[in-house]
Ligand binder design. Structure first.
Ligand code: FAD
Length: 356
């Protein structure tokens, strides 16, 4: 059995930023990542993915995003950036190391890896994102659908969709981007429960993230409370224009699916060949089952990323765990600092308490 000061589970941006921040606090982290190589889930995202934040707002702590700071980098640039970030870290990052189970005993954790190895550490940060747990909503009759159903996690590009009748379900950035892309080759409807909300990407010549940062909204804990509900679709104008032009058309979510047919809310019925569920993700934390760290829905019980149930355990990369910036490239370093300070403070209190 090996040991470390901190085991970071997940070597995507959240895990790497956590390791960087841990090194700055003189801790010896070990990063365990199930993937064969660096980049977290970015290599699996769809081919056309372009960041919604400019390079200057897409960096992890300690390493600038290369190139023009005002441009919007594409997916593979993020993969390259994360590979360089991992290579530059003065910490061990083990790829191909899937954590199967974490157990807490005697004030420390035992982290069991699929290859049979174990690591012992006084602190663990879970940074495994959500890509392993795509959210599949219950939609009336969907189980009877005889066409093709896929989650946005499985979508790569429009190849194979030419001429198809497609319904994309969801009102977030991925849903709109995929629906507009597919509408270039297929007959696409974007179906949502609520009206779409758009956010102009640039305001008075500045990127939206510049304003978010300037106003303090990006990193304040009251930001998500102030603007509750769905994340807006960030748009340079092209998505609204495409939807206005009916490519794709936008309509309320269907009432029922039956076999190869979809019943729309206005009573019309039609044959559909493909349903794409762009319905988001949930934290992917199966290895924490049995620790008491998760609630009945498998979500972490936490305060700002510090486990409210298990001493020494933290989370980084949970959506809105502290602010709008949480779970984004620009936000995970800050959250990692908060979580590690919380774990260290608690460890200090325990040490002080046990010494008395
Ligand atoms: P991931 O990238 O998912 O990495 C998690 C890592 O954990 C993976 O390498 C995985 O192999 C590993 N892992 C999982 N389970 C285990 C286990 N049991 N043991 C060991 N390792 C494990 N953010 C932005 O800032 N700007 C954007 O423009 C942007 N666009 C996005 C577009 C899409 C389509 C999506 C889905 C998200 C986007 N995000 C964006 C949000 C966020 O930045 C990404 O989701 C990012 O990949 C999250 O990083 P992460 O490290 O938290 O998780």
């Amino acid at each position: 059995m090996t040991s470390a000061d901190l085991v970071v589970i997940g070597g995507g941006q959240s895990g790497l930023a956590t390791a960087h921040v841990a090194l700055r606090r003189s801790l010896r982290p070990l990063v365990l990542d199930a993937s064969p190589g660096p980049g977290g889930s970015w290599p699996s995202y769809y081919d056309s993915l372009t960041l919604f934040s400019p390079a200057s707002f897409s960096a992890l702590p300690g390493r600038a995003f290369p190139g023009d700071p005002d441009r919007y980098p594409v997916r593979d640039e993020v993969v390259d950036y994360l590979a360089a970030y991992a290579a530059g870290l003065d910490a061990e990052v083990r790829f191909g190391a899937r954590v199967e189970r974490v157990t807490a005993d005697g004030g420390a954790f035992t982290v069991a890896v699929a290859d049979g190895s174990e690591v012992r550490a006084p602190a663990v940060v879970a940074a495994t994102g959500g890509f392993g747990t795509p959210y599949l909503p219950t939609l009336p009759g969907l189980e009877s659908f005889t066409g093709r159903v896929l989650h946005a996690a499985q979508y790569r590009n429009p190849d194979g969709f030419a001429g198809a009748r497609v319904v994309v379900v969801g009102g977030g950035n991925s849903a709109v981007q995929i629906a507009v892309e597919l509408a270039g080759v297929a007959n696409v409807s974007l179906a949502t429960r609520r009206p779409l909300r758009f956010q102009r990407q640039r305001i008075l010549g500045r990127d939206f993230h510049w304003w978010l940062t300037r106003t303090g909204l990006d990193t304040s804990s009251w930001g998500p409370r102030l603007v509750a509900g769905a994340v807006p679709v960030i748009d340079d104008g092209r998505y609204r224009a495409a939807i206005r032009a009916g490519r794709p058309d936008h309509r309320p979510l269907f009432a029922q699916v039956d076999g190869d047919r979809v019943w729309w809310a206005d009573g019309t019925v039609e044959r559909v060949e493909v349903i794409v569920l762009a319905t988001g993700y949930r934290p992917d934390l199966p290895y924490l089952a049995g620790t008491g760290a998760l609630d009945g829905q498998g979500l972490p019980r936490h305060a700002g990323g510090v486990s409210a149930a298990v001493a020494g355990l933290g989370f980084v990369g949970v959506e809105r765990q502290r602010s709008f910036a949480s779970a984004t490239l620009r936000g995970v370093g800050r959250d990692a600092g908060f979580v590690l300070d919380g774990l260290l403070a608690r460890a200090g209190r325990h040490a002080a308490g046990s010494g008395r």
